[in-house]
Design a protein around this ligand. Structure first.
Ligand SMILES: [Zn+2]
Length: 408
């Protein structure tokens, strides 16, 4: 059996007045997704338990069949896997966004989708000025701080513990993408060890204020990175390999370190598409071609596309519809055309979580999914969207149960 998973990140949404009451998914021209719906099972799946923050980390773990309430330790440790950073027992990974905060308000969690070179230079400054040993008042070395440049605004701070780390499960940080245009003061890190994190964030403001990268960015009409924002902290998670659980090998195609990292942690091969961007300008057709190539020598291939989520974060309904249409035309349609050449095959299309364009933030709630292919009976829905999924009788209250049905 060949299995394909397509994840249009954050595609699930609400009806829009501007679309005559349709959701962006309903408004998108999506013949391939609808063909899967007609022949397969459409339903709702809840990937984010109420006690956890809705985001791709928790939600993709559920989608891939793992209970996040059992295995999830934080977002940053998942990203470090894809970045090639090894965490030892006791080490903590912390997400270090480069953000644009103006007058105490989160104006842009991406610092204008800062270019990799600009981001790297700012992270190097943080390493030079704030990295290295953390000492107690008596001079004892407690740990070591390492800043690692990632892709664009997505960077990582590692706390290497020499003594037990100051952080705990109760240490919380706020995802900056969920507080657009909000005052940041109530959302600073809290819990054990938060003072160290707040101190780093505060010191970064002074270091970035007259930084030459920011002067250049302002001169070029780009937003400056006004500070780093620390969140998503955790220790390395322990997961059973996907192949050990399901006896199926896999590959992950994604431009986002977080999703790549989750796939790699499951033991899937990471396949990089050089022209994929993790943004609205990504090379959809190349992703489709790479998936078709990858399924030749893997049992399961997962293609993740970040673009619909990014469109929602920018509050752009038209861009979201455009992204969904591109996914349908260049990824789902070619896969649906090729898969029947394998005797037994199945496809699963599902976002990880909801990202309504109105709130521009991730939200809790069930998302529509469709599974189609060999041995899957049609359950009477004609289209793939939120309304058809809600009209079906199928609901996975625990999203991680869906993977068993998909693979059995
Ligand atoms: Zn998002």
């Amino acid at each position: 059996m060949k299995y394909v998973i397509v994840i249009p990140d954050g595609c699930a949404d609400d009806p829009q007045v501007s679309l005559g009451g349709k959701t962006p998914l309903q408004a998108a021209n999506r013949p391939a997704m609808n063909a899967a719906a007609k022949m397969g099972m459409v339903g709702l799946s809840n990937n984010v338990p109420a006690s956890l923050t809705p985001a791709s980390d928790v939600a993709t773990l559920s989608l891939f069949g793992y209970d996040p309430l059992v295995v999830y330790t934080g977002r940053a440790p998942l990203e470090t896997v894809a970045m090639g950073i090894k965490l030892n027992p006791g080490d903590w990974a912390i997400r270090c966004n480069l953000v644009n905060v103006v007058d105490g308000v989160m104006k842009d969690f991406t610092a204008g989708h800062i270019a990799n070179e600009d981001g790297k230079e700012l992270i190097n400054t943080l390493q030079e000025k704030l990295g290295g040993e953390v000492k107690s008042p008596s001079g004892k070395v407690l740990g070591v701080l390492e800043f690692h440049a990632g892709v664009s605004y997505r960077n990582i701070l590692v706390y290497r513990s020499k003594e037990p780390a100051p952080f705990a499960k109760e240490t919380k940080g706020q995802p900056p993408h969920d507080i657009p245009d909000k005052a940041v003061a109530p959302y600073l890190p809290s819990g054990p060890g938060c003072e160290l994190l707040k101190e780093i964030m505060q010191k970064s403001q002074a270091l970035f204020l007259d930084h030459k990268v920011n002067k250049k960015r302002i001169a070029e009409g780009h937003k400056p990175a006004t500070q780093c924002w620390l969140w998503g902290m955790g220790v390395s998670p322990v997961l059973k390999k996907f192949a050990d659980v399901h006896h199926v090998n896999g590959a992950i195609i994604s431009a986002v370190d977080l999703v790549r990292g989750v796939g790699m942690l499951l033991g899937w091969n990471r396949i990089d598409v050089p022209t994929a961007t993790g943004y609205l300008d990504t090379d959809y057709a190349a992703k489709g071609r790479y998936a078709i190539e990858a399924i030749k020598n893997h049992d399961l291939v997962c293609v993740h596309v970040e673009a619909p989520d990014e469109a929602s974060h920018e509050g752009r309904v038209d861009a979201k519809i455009e992204a969904l249409e591109q996914i349908d035309r260049h990824i789902v349609a070619p896969l649906m055309a090729v898969l029947p050449s394998y005797k037994d095959w199945r496809i699963l299309i599902s976002p990880d979580h909801r990202t309504p364009v109105q709130t521009r933030a991730h939200s809790h709630g069930a998302v529509p999914f469709v599974i189609a292919g060999t041995g899957i009976l049609a359950n009477g829905q004609e289209t793939y969207d939120e309304v058809a999924a809600a009209a079906s009788a199928v609901l996975f209250a625990k999203g991680h149960d869906l993977m068993k049905v998909f693979l059995q």
